[in-house]
Design a protein around this ligand. Structure first.
Ligand code: ADP
Length: 480
């Protein structure tokens, strides 16, 4: 699913919001249930218990007054009975309206019994006032029976309500325990989901960013291979497509640059070779007698055209290497003859500068797969620099040995050395370090860049070690 960054973040937050809403809804639902149960205990059960007590007291008081009236025939006592009867009926009616169905059934029965009791009392009072004879004992027994029945019903009502109350309190405790467990589980699940979601969303964003970061580094190092395949999130996918386009463009520019160097080098090499050949012929007297002054000028011409040809050749080589068009001919060879050849080539200059040149090549070094012409080119560059930068009467040495199972060649000189900050930059093209004067005039800043390219193409390493004023050592390692 290719979701945009905005949608990912929005969906992530929405999911978190929904989870939190679910937890809150559950909490509200539980609170509502607690509220209902507490309400029911306080407003129903407790009140019915109160009414039960009031009704029982009123009934007993009434019974006492009407019994006393039956004996004393004192109307005041009967009036008291009537007052309590009103109260009783009122309280009973209110208790019935509370609306608890089980209690309602019992209270209706109480109401029924009470009506019978009222009737008996009223009937007895009328008989008493009429001073007629009536079965007193039977009346008393019936009234007592009814009062007892009502008291038993009220007792049952009390017991039922107490039982209902304790059941609700137990339910409340259970519900609280359940709510606690569910809340803890939901909270833990929410936290895990939030962390997981954050990780997934963050990772889906940071992973393509890390790929883009690596690609940017590669581009900075001059590797313009595109091929970024990021589809999601779409914003970064578009960025990756732009990167690929940029790489294509950079590769094209690199190719154009290499083509330019190459054609320019060809254009320059042909006339230069003609100048060199022509100057040589003139120096050989082919064009007739030359004066000393003319010979001196012709010698300068020959030297400068040689130097220019070398520069053009170096440019051509480097442009080919950078365009990946340099062809290598690998062969199984030993390094010894290559070092000897490079030394032989530089010997006239070494002698002219009275430099002490020594070489120390381990004769038992194994042969390894390399392009001899290119490695010779590296040796020429390193030795050429060493002799060029070493002052008259100085020392240069070449050592080839096996180090950690690899071939290590080092060229050491007693020249001016290279400052620490230039030890790596001198391997970049056109870098001429910090030396001023005749040396730079004779240089192109291409020799070490070419050497580095060749050694890299052999899978090896090249570096410089130096201290200013104490000479330098240029080392390359080829894996055996
Ligand atoms: P150049 O043609 O200028 O010598 P290189 O690529 O061969 O170009 O060298 C680049 C720079 O590195 C030189 O200009 C010089 O400053 C420094 N360098 C190379 N070899 C030596 C050396 N043996 N001693 C001191 N500096 C050196």
């Amino acid at each position: 699913m290719r979701l945009s960054l905005f949608s990912r973040l929005a969906l992530g937050y929405l999911a978190i919001f929904l989870l939190v809403t679910a937890v809150s809804a559950y909490a509200v639902f539980q609170l509502h249930r607690f509220d209902e149960l507490t309400d029911s205990v306080l407003k129903v059960d407790n009140r019915i218990l109160d009414y039960e007590k009031i009704l029982a007291d009123l009934l007993l008081s009434q019974s006492r007054y009407e019994q006393k009236f039956a004996i004393s025939r004192d109307e005041a006592l009967y009036n008291e009975f009537l007052r309590l009867r009103r109260d009783f009926n009122l309280q009973l009616a209110t208790a019935i309206t509370i609306g608890d169905s089980a209690a309602g059934t019992i209270l209706s029965k109480v109401q029924q019994d009470y009506r019978n009791y009222e009737e008996l009392v009223v009937k007895e009072a009328a008989l008493l006032r009429a001073k007629k004879r009536y079965p007193e004992a039977q009346f008393k027994q019936e009234k007592d029976e009814i009062v007892d029945r009502i008291l038993v019903s009220l007792e049952k009502l009390r017991a039922d309500q107490q039982h209902a109350m304790s059941t609700k309190v137990r339910e409340l405790a259970e519900a609280a325990e359940h709510a606690r467990e569910v809340s803890v589980s939901i909270t833990v699940a929410c936290l895990i989901s939030i962390v997981a979601m954050s990780l997934i969303v963050t990772r889906s964003i940071t992973r393509p960013i890390a790929i883009l970061k690596t690609k940017t580094r590669e581009i900075a190092q001059g590797r313009f291979e595109g091929g970024l395949n990021i589809k999601s999130p779409p914003e970064l996918g578009e960025l990756a497509a732009a990167f690929n386009l940029m790489c294509e463009r950079l590769k094209e520019l690199e190719r154009m640059k290499a083509d330019f160097f190459s054609s320019m080098s060809h254009e320059l090499r042909t006339p230069l070779t003609s100048i060199k050949e022509g100057t040589g012929l003139l120096l050989d007297g082919v064009g007739g007698q030359t004066t000393d002054k003319q010979r001196k000028l012709l010698a300068i011409l020959a030297e400068e055209s040689n130097r220019l040809i070398a520069v053009v050749n170096s440019l051509l080589d480097l442009s080919k290497m950078e365009a990946g068009m340099m062809s290598y001919e690998f062969d199984l060879v030993t390094i010894d003859p290559l070092i000897r050849r490079a030394i032989a080539e530089i010997t006239p200059l070494v002698e002219a500068k009275q430099i002490e040149l020594e070489s120390n090549v381990n004769p038992s070094l194994p042969a390894l797969r390399l392009d001899p012409e290119r490695i010779l080119q590296v040796l020429r560059n390193l030795l050429g620099n060493a002799v060029k930068f070493t002052p008259k009467g100085g020392r240069v040495s070449v050592v080839a040995a096996s180090v950690n199972g690899n071939l290590q060649v080092s060229v050491t000189d007693s020249g001016p050395g290279v400052p620490a900050e230039s030890l790596t930059t001198i391997f970049e093209k056109f870098s001429q370090g910090s030396h001023k004067g005749a040396h730079t005039r004779n240089g192109t800043g291409l020799g070490l860049a070419i050497a580095k390219n060749i050694i890299k193409s052999h899978g090896g390493e090249i570096w410089a070690e130096s201290q200013v004023g104490r000479g330098s050592t240029f080392v390359f390692v080829l894996r055996c």
